[in-house]
Design a protein around this ligand. Sequence first.
Ligand code: ADP
Ligand code: MG
Length: 480
Amino acid sequence: MSPGPQAWEAVIGIEVHVQLRTARKLFCGDLAVFGDEPNSHVCPVCLGLPGALPTTNPEAVQLAVRTALALGCTVHERAIWARKNYFYPDLPKGYQITQFEQPLATGGLVAFDGAAGEAIVRIRRAHMEEDAGKSIHDRIAGGTAVDLNRAGTPLVEIVTEPDLRSAADTRAFLTALKQMLEYVDVSDCNMEEGSLRVDANVSVRPRGVEELGAKTEIKNVNSFSGVEKAIEVEIARQIAVVEAGGRVEQQTLLWDDHRSVLRTMRSKEESHDYRYFPDPDLPPLLVSQEVVVAARAALPELPRARRARFERDYALSAYDAGVLTQSRAGADYFETVAEASGKAKAAANWVMGPAQALMHERGEDPTTFAVSAAALAELIGLVADGTISDAVAKGVLSVVAAEGGSPREIVRARGLTQVRDDSQLEAWVRAVVDEHPDEVARYRGGEAKLVGFFVGQVMKRSGGKADPKRVSELLRSALA
Ligand code: ADP
Ligand code: MG
């Protein structure tokens, strides 16, 4: 009898290339920008012309150190730049400057929420390297164009241990990793522009067996959903191979997103194929303990810690805290509203509800939103002290977004203050009751839930200004 897919366990390890958001390239003064005229940011150093000498960009080192610390890695005082030799048209020097035997950082941990709760992925290493240029296959008919603007831009490569066990968990891990990189502001993490590139290493083994199976490496995936899909396809393929009595061959695979298939790119190369050796043009990269201590002190609160603190300090549900900490700017916005209003729960509801909707509608984000955190806090205060109803407050929010100004001023100028004066409220209640004899009869006949209909009618008549709580009390006695 065939053992079946549940007899096999998938093992996945990830390599992520993160483009650091420096102004300039790693070893020369050329601008590191995406999308400019091809080959407009090149110089003898990144073109690898004879005699040109690289020097290390300190801004890139600083961002790499921050990345490594966010991953919980140990940052080493001394890293060695190494040449990785290979031939490719978009690699003008014929080698890539990277770190091999002595990387910048090793031994980190990243937590994420997997299918079975909180899970941990160990980070094997995080090293710095330069990017290659780009081969463009759709610009010249029958030929390949090469754009070297990207050649020499700074990357951090993050390598995990093979700690992941499913495609879905891999996606969850990558989502947590990206969120963390955005929090520490080291990269724009734009996958379409290639600022975050993921390679997935996949193998299978009989469940319960310790030893790892032969792996394949999947490249060329440009979305997290693509990564998940590609890993699923590859796990299924490998299981089919071993179930049929075959052996998984080590190879590098390319993901074709349109057809959802994997193609063989090359059989697996080994590290000795690259003839790594220390770059004789560059001194060792020295990172002092003082620099590490300062970088650690300057790290912002990381997303999981912030989420836990929001749950604790603001008595939010795990779900709400998760939504509110998705981006650092969003979390900052919420936190300012919560502190300024003193009403955390209301702040959460307003930020996740009406404010978020309005932001979306206006194509804004928390850093550009037309309603400042202070204005939203003021609005929440006006609802809390009974000056305006919730319904009116939503309208005021839109006015603030469109025209600016303070909520209190808008409420005053437009006469939107909530009506709680019984004689006015009773007049509206009476009018509504008189206008709806059929509903009154049905209510008196036992349809108690019709009270909602009457409240709605009174609110409408009042232009949203009636105090709905008092209205419902008055209605109950008028209808009794
Ligand atoms: P290589 O020498 O092929 O680059 P490494 O041992 O350096 O392989 O590992 C590269 C990546 O592949 C790491 O993320 C690691 O966790 C992962 N990996 C290594 N072996 C396996 C395996 N058998 N199955 C799945 N992932 C693996
Ligand atoms: Mg590798």
